[in-house]
Design a protein around this ligand. Structure first.
Ligand SMILES: N[C@@H](CCC(=O)N[C@@H](CS)C(=O)NCC(=O)O)C(=O)O
Length: 460
């Protein structure tokens, strides 16, 4: 999708700048807040307070405290990337959650979208993430962090290899790297795609076969329980499924053809720890190329377009994004819509300014990641009408088709009739394309947000 405004021409007037929407926006936002509050569950209402206090798990956490622990009890600080794109950070993050080890989080930029603060570079001079400080010791490699967690927190949920599993576990970890290498060759190499593809599929099949070995039927790698091995595979299998569909038109990796992999995904997706850190296809396929220095298209076809939202980001939402990506069954539609409203409304002024970058100027120095531009400048004149559009998006998400919605719609249409339609559209498209999963919201909430923003562009 990215920047393409669906080729939609609206009733608005081209050129010029956007005037101020003639409506009392503060009262609209209070009304939205009230409606949302009335429809929320108790835990949804206390979400922001719970995040700050570390009582619930969220990508927004700066601290997460399990089992009533206090800030002073926290022994781990995890440095991970602000956009939640890094797979090595994801495996550590998921493991902390699964083991219920309390932790603090410090977010840093990745190279592809910014620079790192000197405090971080003093810990890790090469700039790589993740880094963890545990009991004052600095660990600079994801696997070292994971093994240290296992060793230093013996009272927490055990995820390490038991003695009898050591050999097979180590073999599986080697297989994980073998799969990673084969995937990298195929995804980023252009010399011999046929060979790369055959090699990747052969190793993928090996993983599927290995997953069929354990006698117990949990779906996890070691059979009887989720372990460090699953944590190490998860971020990469997740990215493989997304990138192979998008760049190579391969959509059979999570299907009956690889039944054990399919069952493994279902087992992983039963864990709140993994649900929290899981991303969506769209975010992955746009965040991988800048991290890897590019990915090679073999077949830019229907799946590519579907992942970019050509049909799935329209209302009514199609199941499984039209077959391209499995829906998240654990979040129902109503919950997803409330989540989307909460994320858009909580700090709507900042969201509007962010979106108005679409009508503003690219940042300097430029960054290589198309979804991120920390230095971008927003267009001041677009902020007010974009804020109004966000209000309209919230009403639509709340399922409100009443007078207030119509009044707001009319007021925005009046502004657009006076000019500035391109700035308005570009701002909404900018936001739509940059809703990050899991950083900003879950996939079901993101799909609603993206579709509602599109609908506003179409109908106004
Ligand atoms: N072997 C390292 C690899 C970590 C790694 O490659 N991290 C990448 C991100 S996925 C990185 O830090 N790149 C620098 C950056 O993007 O800032 C580990 O397991 O921790």
């Amino acid at each position: 999708m990215l920047g393409d405004v669906l080729g939609i021409m609206q009733g608005g007037k081209s050129g010029g700048t956007l005037a101020t929407v003639k409506i009392d926006m503060p009262s609209i936002w209070s009304d939205i807040e009230r409606s949302l509050h009335n429809s929320q569950t108790a835990s949804e209402r206390s979400f922001r307070d719970d995040v700050v206090a570390g009582r619930v798990s969220s990508p927004f956490n700066s601290i997460r405290l399990f089992n009533g622990e206090k800030e002073d009890d926290v022994r781990v600080t995890l440095y991970r990337d602000s956009a939640s794109w890094c797979p090595y950070c994801q495996k550590v993050w998921t493991m902390l959650e699964q083991k219920e080890v309390s932790y603090k989080v410090v977010k840093v930029n990745m190279r592809c979208y910014g620079s790192k603060p000197p405090e971080f570079l003093r810990l890790q001079p090469n700039g790589n993430i993740p880094v963890a400080v545990i009991d004052g010791t600095v660990y600079k490699q994801s696997n070292d962090i994971m093994f240290a967690l296992e060793e230093l927190f013996p009272d927490k949920v055990a995820m390490g290899l038991r003695e009898k599993e050591a050999e097979r576990g180590t073999q599986l970890l080697r297989l994980e790297r073998e799969l990673f290498r084969a995937w990298m060759y195929y995804l980023t190499g252009s010399r011999d795609p046929e060979r790369y593809k055959a090699e990747f599929l052969a190793v993928f099949k090996k993983v599927n076969d290995e997953l069929g070995v354990p006698e117990s039927n949990t779906g996890f790698m070691l059979g009887d329980r989720v372990s460090i091995v699953d944590m190490m595979f998860a971020p990469f299998l997740e990215r493989m499924i997304a990138s192979m569909a998008y760049f190579k038109a391969l959509n059979n990796l999570r299907s009956d053809e690889f039944k054990n992999v399919q069952r493994w995904f279902e087992a992983m997706e039963s864990l709140p720890s993994y649900r929290l850190t899981k991303s969506d296809f769209y975010t992955h396929v746009w965040d991988l190329p800048p991290q890897l220095g590019g990915c090679v298209f073999e077949d830019e076809g229907e799946l590519t377009k579907a992942i970019d939202g050509d049909v799935g980001w329209r209302l009514p939402l199609s199941a499984d994004n039209g077959g391209a990506e499995k829906d998240w069954s654990w979040i129902n539609e109503d919950k997803a819509r409330r989540e989307a409203v909460e994320r858009l409304s909580y700090n709507h002024g900042a969201v509007a300014e962010f979106a108005a970058r679409g009508a503003g100027k690219a940042g300097f120095p430029p960054v290589s990641a198309p979804l991120a531009d920390p230095n971008a400048n927003f267009d001041e004149s677009a902020v007010n009408s974009v804020d109004a559009a966000l209000g309209l998006a919230c009403y639509k998400l709340l399922g409100k088709g009443d007078e207030k919605t119509a009044e707001l719609e009319e007021a925005i249409a009046e502004v657009l009739a006076g000019g500035g339609v391109e700035s308005f559209n570009a701002s909404l498209a900018y936001l739509r394309d940059r809703v990050g999963v899991p950083r900003d919201m879950s996939l079901p909430a993101a799909r609603w947000t993206r579709a509602v923003l599109n609908e506003i562009m179409i109908t106004l």
